[in-house]
Design a protein around this ligand. Structure first.
Ligand code: XIL
Length: 436
């Protein structure tokens, strides 16, 4: 067991220094089926030089100026994988096989498919306190998943409703339930502009904001130490004119950004690292799964952090497909996962659902996207987890989210129906996890 996985890791490493590619990532020129908005091609620049993929390094310069491909050697956190040599090796002789995750031969649940893959991959769900009052919900959640994100209970307003006064009950409930079912937990989320209590949202002054952010991160990570060792450290720091990731990408003007500037991200990750030297520290965002301006902007932002040695371990692509966010196909997602991984980072699908409201995504496209997007992550050893944003359609946040175009109707966005029966979406996800 162990030696196979070591051999596998070795081949994965070798591959980063020059494999001919067959993993489907990145190489496809066209933007694929992504309806998107404003057309994919609009975003020219970065990564378009990402030659065959499979190999790291290639992600040279930004802004379309491939000549300056000095960087990409970054490494930073997450380890050595990305010490890319040059892209010139790719395409030569290519004896080493492309690094691909090996699927299980069979599995009776998503969780089992993830656990038996080589290397294993975490299969997650957003879990709500309300859901845990429902035995069917609990049964399906634990049978099918081994990774938990609290849907709301670990957000700032829930954990620190008043300055310096913490409220752990609802979060402890979820974390303890997860652990008793042998599930890992990702803490979501330490620094975010939304679901912030009013007192924090209205704070001004660099010293005050920094101090409050430090107190929050230290207390929260300290409380869950030894129980939670994956964290979304910063969520959704980038804004575009449209939620689909198009138009004027920029740093989001939040209480953190307004007081501290862009360095608040570095600071948040540094504080988190001081608090837990071995935790996995992630940046998380939406509409960075398609080829669009936001994805390019976030890529450059993260690349800068890695180059500065900021202790970041990975990037989560939320993967809310359909209203209010963008639509992305498997090839788009593969492209973005690959370029983040080529920075030496882990990648995750962190909040997946595919919204049918407004008919932006047809029933058959939904099945295709579920399969192809999960596959895009599954084949990459650097993609360490896939989390679905809920269990059953009836409890999906999209049903009532004002810009999701559901107006109280079911978003039909998840893998289980209201009777907790598996939908066709479930079958397509399981197929992808089994390499079918
Ligand atoms: C959502 C929850 O699902 C809702 O219950 C809540 O009302 C709003 O937040 N991106 C994120 C998640 O990072 O935290 C959001 O969760 C969905 C979008």
């Amino acid at each position: 067991m162990r030696s196979t996985s070591l051999a596998f890791l070795l081949s994965a490493f070798l591959c980063t220094i020059g494999c001919s590619d067959d993993d489907g990532a990145g190489e496809t020129g066209g933007a694929g089926p992504t309806g998107g908005t404003g057309g994919a091609g609009a975003t020219s620049g970065p990564g378009s030089t990402t030659s065959g993929s499979g190999g790291a390094g290639a992600t040279s310069g930004s802004g379309g100026d491939a000549a300056t491909s000095t960087s990409s050697t970054t490494s930073g956190a997450g380890g050595d994988a990305a010490t890319s040599t040059s892209s010139t090796t790719s395409g030569t002789g290519g004896s080493a096989p492309a690094a691909r995750r090996v699927p299980a031969a069979s599995a009776n649940s998503l969780r089992e498919a993830g656990e038996k893959a080589n290397p294993p991959i975490l299969i997650g769900a957003a879990i709500s306190g309300g859901g845990l009052n429902d035995n069917n919900y609990k049964r399906v959640a634990a049978a099918e998943h081994n990774y938990v994100t609290a849907e709301n209970e670990m957000k700032w307003d829930a954990l620190e409703p008043n300055p310096g006064q913490f409220s752990w009950g609802a979060a402890d409930n979820i974390v303890n339930w997860a652990r008793s079912n042998n599930m890992k937990v990702k803490g979501h989320t330490l620094v975010w502009h939304s679901q912030l209590p009013g007192w924090m949202n209205s704070m001004t002054g660099a010293a005050q904001v920094e101090q409050a952010m430090r107190r929050h991160i230290e207390n929260v990570m300290g409380h869950f130490k030894d129980r939670v060792n994956h964290w979304d450290v910063v969520n959704e720091a980038v804004l575009t004119d449209s939620d689909t990731g198009v138009g004027n990408p920029r740093m989001r003007p939040t209480v953190f950004f307004n007081a501290l500037g862009e360095r608040y991200l570095d600071l948040a990750f540094q504080i988190a690292r001081e608090q837990d030297p071995t935790a996995k520290l992630y940046y998380n965002d939406y509409s960075i799964d398609a080829r669009n301006e936001k994805a390019d902007f976030v890529y450059e932002m993260i690349k800068g952090m890695v180059e500065r040695g900021v202790p970041i371990d990975g990037v989560g692509l939320q993967m809310h497909i359909g209203p209010p966010n963008n639509v992305a196909g498997g090839e788009d997602v593969a492209y973005n996962l690959r370029r983040f991984a080529d920075l030496g980072l882990e990648v995750l699908i962190s909040e997946m659902d595919i919204n049918r409201c407004g008919n932006v995504v047809s029933a058959s496209d939904q099945l295709t996207y579920y399969h192809d997007i999960v596959e895009a992550c599954f084949v990459m050893p650097e993609c360490v987890g896939i989390t679905f944003w809920g269990i059953n359609d009836g409890r999906s946040w999209l049903n009532t989210w004002s810009t999701a175009r559901c107006n109280g109707q079911s978003s039909q966005s998840l893998l289980f129906n209201d009777q907790y029966q598996k939908k066709e979406t479930y079958n397509r996800v399981l197929d992808a996890l089994l390499g079918r």
